[in-house]
Write a protein that binds this ligand. Structure first.
Ligand code: ATP
Ligand code: MG
Length: 413
């Protein structure tokens, strides 16, 4: 891929409202561009990383028996009246009218729509379980949209809904998805902590959040220094020094970014919206539901936050937009760089900086963009050599151009 065609509008300066590092980098590296507060375009590089994130999410859902569908963002008021949420939701719900003055909203989440889809098909327990998900744009008129993709008014979410005939089956899906989420975030190279977000008074585990530990997170996590207990402080109220409710050990607190959330809904929507089935006992029962979200766009931001310094990103393996960045330092090196791009392109995703820019500009942009492996074509080309940079290991070496392919095969992970 030629960089001149790929549209990566890097910036020298971050926008003034960019208070956190990842927000500055998302703007400066040309990944996103704001249209209004909390509303963003995903530029080609940002979109490419989003696709990688989505691919991991799809793979880990599909292999566990979940099916992907796509529901409308525009939702009629009637469904929200049925669940009672048209009046309960408050000003975060983006409401609008069509030309006939009928009320609609832009979906902040999709329990109503999915329940209406499933109920018409549910006659007997034989139709259960169901696990349906989508990756879609969500709308919430957040009071304080901020920190770039972290708290948007329009953002991309994966939402999964499960329907079960009883609580045991709901528990099974809940545990399955807890494990899936752990794998998903690990594959993305994100260090997360599973945090319980219920008081425990209802009994059993009702909700968990997946947190990326980070100073810039908006949530506070209370965790035990002696056992694996961790909770959202909003729910547990634990302060530093308090006794752990599980082992009595000392609690500490730290900031986190919530990237995922799993929740046992039980029969809240299936009762209000009448999603019932005839059970094995011949009686009618409301389906037991679970919902499971991942903030896809927020995860992109969290990944940048965790894998960067102020001047550069270093993408983790499975979400990197390209494998290799080829930098011809002068126009006379571009022809060779094009041949190399073609040759390596059969095995790797390659970006080649064919722009007529000074070497300093190319290096600065390359650092910002964050591709982990770099091949530099400069003066040493006269001796038949190129510089190979492995940014994961922080190593550079001169490699004879004939031996480059073999070298890459040994080094690139
Ligand atoms: P928060 O407490 O951060 O507002 P939430 O509890 O409202 O999150 P959910 O409704 O569970 O979030 O949504 C699922 C996931 O969607 C969250 O875990 C988060 O990653 C993401 N998300 C929620 N709100 C936003 C937003 N305004 N911008 C970007 N991502 C969001
Ligand atoms: Mg919220």
């Amino acid at each position: 891929m030629k960089q001149s065609l790929f549209f990566i509008p890097t910036l020298k300066e971050a926008p003034k409202d960019a208070e956190v590092k990842s927000h500055r980098l998302l703007s400066r590296a040309g990944l996103v561009k704001p249209a209004a507060a909390g509303i963003y375009s995903y530029l080609p590089l940002g979109q490419r990383v989003m696709r990688r994130i989505e691919r991991i999410v799809r793979e880990e859902h599909d292999k566990r028996g979940c099916s992907e569908l796509l529901m409308p963002a525009l939702q009629p008021r009637d469904l929200w009246d049925e669940s009672g949420r048209w009046s309960d939701y408050g000003p975060e719900l983006m409401r609008l009218k069509d030309r006939k003055e009928r009320d609609f909203c832009l979906g902040p989440t999709h329990e109503e729509v999915i329940t209406a889809i499933v109920r018409d098909h549910l006659d007997s327990y034989k139709k259960l379980p169901l696990a349906l998900y989508q990756i879609q744009t969500k709308y919430r008129d957040e009071l304080r949209p901020r920190f770039g993709l972290m708290r948007g008014r329009e953002f991309v979410m994966k939402d999964l809904y499960t329907f079960s005939e009883n609580e045991e089956d709901l528990d099974f899906w809940y545990e399955t998805m807890k494990e899936a989420y752990t794998v998903i975030f690990e594959r993305m190279g994100l260090e997360t902590r599973i945090v319980s977000s219920d008081t425990g008074q209802i009994g059993g585990d009702v909700a968990h959040e997946f947190m990326v530990m980070s100073e810039v997170g908006e949530d506070t996590i209370a965790y035990c220094t002696e056992c694996s207990y961790a909770s959202n402080q909003d729910f547990s109220g634990l302060e530093t020094g308090d006794a752990c409710p599980e082992c009595g050990g000392r609690s500490e607190t730290a900031k986190g970014i919530e990237v995922g959330n799993i929740f046992k809904l039980g029969t809240k929507y299936s009762e209000s919206m009448n999603a019932r089935f005839t059970g094995r006992d011949g009686k009618r029962h409301p389906a037991q539901m679970g919902c499971y979200g991942i903030g896809i766009s927020r995860t992109l931001m969290a990944a940048v936050e965790q894998h960067s310094d102020e001047e550069s990103i270093l993408w983790p393996k499975e979400i990197r937009p390209f494998d290799i960045h080829i930098l011809p330092l002068a126009d006379e090196h571009v022809e060779k760089a094009e041949a190399l791009t073609k040759e390596l392109g059969s095995s790797y995703e390659v970006l080649m900086d064919d722009r007529s820019e000074r070497p300093g500009v190319k290096f600065k942009d390359a650092d910002l963009i964050g591709i982990p492996y770099r091949v530099v074509l400069g003066r040493s080309l006269e001796e038949g050599k190129v510089e190979f940079v492995d940014r994961y290991r922080g190593e550079k070496e001169l490699i004879p151009i004939q031996g480059l392919r073999e070298h890459l095969e040994n080094v690139i992970d």
